[in-house]
Design a protein around this ligand. Structure first.
Ligand code: GAL
Length: 417
């Protein structure tokens, strides 16, 4: 008996030592990557960290666009129990940095030369007060259309290059008895479509004035009324069961040929790839017609919450470094549907849509047609974004006509500022 106790105590001691070591080198990651394609990409990150001895404690909060994840984050921080690493977007990163909650990543950033390889448009969100406070893992963009090629071929539809052609194509699909536009009725999904429609209708300057500068004249303009008219037209092409549908289920409708098109960020490509589909053969990717040459981007970044424990700090720094490695950025983004957040990663491993995404991004940065996505927190702060969500979604659901929506938008934005 004595011997048994002795052995089990020794075993317990070893276990304890291993556990606390493992805990010290763990990162708890709060994220909203729960769809099939997203989970596949997340596994690339988990495996990469595991190779470096960093353990992963998963904290998934389902809900595209991350609104639910941000609510959970706020609750965790309020309870004094912040996760070590958090997937975060644009203005949210800046808000948490302003609260002094985020760890300073300057040491790893300067050792690895992040300043030279991360585009300025991203640094605007990864840095606060001149200090690195987040590691960008990708660049997504929202003004994309995902199309089922077999459906298009069957109906003799060519890739539309103007808004009118796009509408004519959708009419053809609708007439054939299929769903033209796969959509999930959730505010963030409508806002995602809105990004592309604002660009397509008003161009980059208008987008900036309205979505970024929040100029009341642009927000209340005839162009904005046309934007809402176009949203109403799109509403006529979705199926009856769209309300509340998750975005990846809408992607699945296009993947299965039940619908022809989805307007969605390039995380949708992750779903097509995860289903074994090949770009150019099974599906097409093109910019929302009328917005070619323009890119509304969002970038997932990992913000690391300030911790005191030295081992935990080391694990955080190792995670930041792993996320920023060029090899990882290639491997991860190939699966995720996004493109690298560094300018020095080759496009060799990427499929045609990825190559196009990388070329579009570089070109848009060069020609100043790169804008932050409103739908995904890169055009304006959360309060304004939420005000825009409310109006866009209420109009999409028929609560206001376009004229009333324009008025509501001006007022809601003013109240939120
Ligand atoms: C975005 C995020 C993407 C993608 C999408 C749907 O906000 O940047 O990585 O996951 O939500 O969940």
């Amino acid at each position: 008996m004595r011997r048994f106790i002795g052995r089990s105590t020794a075993l317990a001691a070893t276990l304890l030592a291993t556990t606390s070591l493992a805990q010290a080198a763990d990162v708890e990651v709060l994220h909203w990557w729960t769809s099939g394609g997203e989970a596949a990409a997340l596994n690339v990150l988990k495996d990469d960290l595991a190779d470096q001895g960093i353990g992963w404690v998963d904290m998934p909060v389902a809900g595209g666009g991350g609104e639910a994840a941000m609510t959970t984050l706020r609750a965790r921080v309020t309870a004094g129990d912040a996760p070590t690493a958090v997937q975060m977007l644009g203005f949210d990163i800046q808000d948490w940095a302003a609260e002094g909650a985020l760890a300073n990543l300057d040491d790893v950033a300067s050792a690895e030369g992040w300043d030279a390889v991360v585009p300025a448009a991203l640094q605007r969100f990864s840095k606060y007060d001149g200090h690195w406070i987040a590691a960008p893992v990708n660049v997504h963009s929202t003004n994309w259309v995902w199309a089922n090629k077999a459906v298009m071929d069957e109906l003799g539809i060519a890739e539309p290059s103007s808004w009118d052609e796009f509408i004519a194509a959708m009419q053809k699909v609708k007439d054939s008895g299929r769903t033209a536009l796969a959509h999930g009725g959730q505010a963030w999904q409508e806002a995602t479509i809105f990004d592309g429609v604002v660009l397509s209708t008003g161009g980059v300057d208008f987008y900036r004035k309205a979505m970024v500068d929040l100029d009341p004249e642009a927000l209340g303009s005839d162009t904005m009324k046309e934007v809402f008219d176009r949203m109403a037209t799109l509403r006529g092409f979705v199926d009856d069961n769209f309300s509340g549908r998750d975005w990846n289920l809408a992607s699945a409708m296009v993947i299965n040929g039940d619908a022809a098109f989805q307007i969605m960020g390039d995380w949708a490509k992750g779903e097509f790839l995860n289903a074994g589909k090949v770009p150019g053969e099974d599906f097409l990717c093109f910019r929302v017609p009328g917005s070619a040459g323009m890119v509304s981007f969002n970038s997932d970044q990992f913000a690391l919450f300030e911790v005191q424990d030295e081992e935990a700090k080391k694990a955080q720094a190792a995670m930041a470094s792993a996320v920023m490695s060029p090899e990882f950025q290639s491997a991860f983004n190939v699966v995720k549907g996004s493109v690298p957040a560094r300018t020095d990663v080759s496009d060799e491993a990427f499929d045609d849509c990825g190559k196009k995404g990388m070329a579009d991004l570089a070109e848009a940065a060069e020609s100043d047609t790169l804008v932050g996505s409103m739908g995904h927190g890169h055009a304006n702060p959360a309060a304004v974004k939420n005000a825009m969500y409310d109006v866009v979604t209420a109009h999409f659901n028929g609560e206001f006509d376009s004229e009333a929506a324009v008025e509501e938008l001006v007022n809601a934005v003013e109240a939120a500022m």
